[in-house]
Design a protein around this ligand. Sequence first.
Ligand code: HEC
Ligand code: HEC
Length: 170
Amino acid sequence: MKLLIPVLFIIIGISSFVSIGSTSKKDYAAITWKDTLMADREKYINMYKDSIRGKENRAADSVFKNIKVLKGKSAEQVLSIMNSWGHALGVTCKFCHDMNDFASEKPRHYLQTREMFDMTNQLNREILANLKTFRQPVVMGCISCHNEMKEPPHDGPKTQGNGARPRPRN
Ligand code: HEC
Ligand code: HEC
């Protein structure tokens, strides 16, 4: 009996430590992409999760119709990337997608995203990977520029006098 109490303490101690460790890991994934639009995005993610059940780990291009830049990812990873893009730009799925056909290339933001994805990879591989004065690897993602905005702030060209900055309309 004398021994039982300290042993129980140790067991409770270890198990609560383990559970704190695992929940904080889970929360981290939720927190990093949490914003006011998360619930709306989650609705569609869950809809897709149901439709790909059993195929989560298959190559994305064998599960979805129009995978180009995300070739090599699994179907499940694609959905998680979709959520991260939405979060990075502060938007829901419909900013980039025709909601009646997620494989459609008609929406301009869908195509722009492919270009942005290639640009970001190029930036990381060809420029940031070669920085010489940093002690740690410098890696940029969509969030680095967008910071939950559709359009990151620009440098020049400055305003046209009426306060408007000349740039292409979307
Ligand atoms: C910033 C733009 C953007 C946002 C936001 C976005 N997507 Fe995408 N999505 C894309 C692009 C671009 C592709 C094509 C990826 C490729 O070429 O590999 C894609 C592909 C997909 C596909 C594969 C469709 C197919 O059959 O080819 C699904 C499913 C998808 N997205 C779901 C979602 C969901 C659900 C959301 C919201 C949580 C979302 N997307 C948010 C840009 C976006
Ligand atoms: C190095 C900075 C940078 C990175 C990294 C970056 N973007 Fe962009 N993005 C921009 C700039 C600048 C614009 C132009 C905004 C404008 O037209 O006012 C832009 C525009 C866009 C647009 C068009 C938005 C609109 O309203 O017209 C989309 C969509 C987009 N980015 C998606 C992405 C995605 C997805 C990623 C990550 C794969 C990404 N961007 C990474 C800087 C960046």
